[in-house]
Design a protein around this ligand. Sequence first.
Ligand code: FRU
Length: 497
Amino acid sequence: MSSQTLREARRYEEATGQMIAPEERPAFHLSTRVGWTNDPNGFSYYKGKYHMFYQYHPYAPYWGPMHWGHAVSKDLLHWEYLPAALAPDSPYDRDGCFSGSAVELPDGRQLLMYTGVLSTPQPDGTMREMQTQCLATGDGIDYEKYSGNPVLDAGDLPEGSSKYDFRDPKVWKKEDGTYRCVIGSRPADGSGQILLYSSPDGFQWKFEKVLVENKNRYGLMWECPDFFALDGKQVLLVSPQDMLPEGFEYHNGNGTLCLIGTYDEKTDTFTEEYNQSIDYGIDFYAPQTVLTPDGRRVMIGWMQNWDTCSIHTQNRGVKWFGQMSLPRELSIKNGRLYQKPLRELDDLRRNKISYEDVVFTDTIRLDGIEGRRVDLEIELSAGEEELYKKFAVRFAQNEQYHTAVSFRPAERILKVDRKFSGSRRAVIHQRRCEVNSENGKLKLRLILDRFSVEIFVNDGEKVVSATMFTGQEAKGISFFASGRVKMNVVKYDLTGE
Ligand code: FRU
């Protein structure tokens, strides 16, 4: 039975979503149907389709009482909106249905596990949001909240952990048919930890152990965990809040962290071996993964940064805010996380144009290379003589605007810069990272989709993502060298339907 709150959201999104013209949104990245989205939720494969739910405030292009929006896709690139799945309409989630995940039950229903938020008065008269874990079951369109909600509350926390920071369950089914989930939590030291819970049936949940402790190493609270096996290793993805920078690896603010290690299933022991950022750009957070029917681990994140949302939401006339990243195929090589654009993206490629051994020493343009929905492969080497000082590719460019990726081979520093993308806000517009390069060699693959760029470095060794809201008429692409650069370029339009 759907509530008045859910029915209203469904009516509203149906009426207003269609007022956003297709060219006002990204073409092959999922964006909110209307209003606001943040984290991807419940990323799953169910009844022959990929399902993506998302943190959703349909009524305005900024964060508000969280609903779950819903979309499905056959290829993760073309999305069809379905009616909103959850609304904050119950005594335990009146103030929000926060992030969570999805799994299929043996009887064919889909189980959603999410965080219910309830504002509760404190002894000093202030209000604080208590967080519990809740369930809903459904058929892929309509979901009913479980009568036993909440299934995990303050009583299920290890001693000293906060009942106000207990969120974002990621559930999976084990081979023996039982369930596990990982949940973000804040222990007494004020930082973050990831808790592991188990269930025989998906409905009765029990605390197992603290899986990983942050101990104030990387930011404070750890949000949105995901935990899975990959290429003989075990991977934990988390999104820490309130990070301090560390070299070129971690930046201030909300970040993404990938812990790679081993997992002993018998004792539920995760042993960390290595950690890194997941994305080195400006806009990426709270990713979730799905296992595809053909065995690929595919990740999608919120392509945004909590600290820079003002760039867009303060533009007049904005009807939507928030888009997801490209689906990225994950693998582990030499102990590091690699990401490649989902291979089906190649099916959208049209109008190939390529240039080989272009040698240049200042700014050049190449005939036929422009556009805002573009797949651009660039291979750099030094000219025959000495190492060049700097290379840059500028895009979303006209006389007034451009966004740029630049590279200095001596320092091996890659930088994305959207200072001149049209933003009027004094927030972060640049980010740098360190990449592998010898003698000026570098491989870049840039994917542009109207309002974003994702840069895959050296076949997925690092990824740098950034949004840009420059008018679509700025579609020039140019290349710049200080010193002598030799370059191969292949460009496709990503317009295939
Ligand atoms: C992360 C997050 C989650 C929470 C959700 C609320 O971006 O803060 O921890 O569930 O957003 O919308």
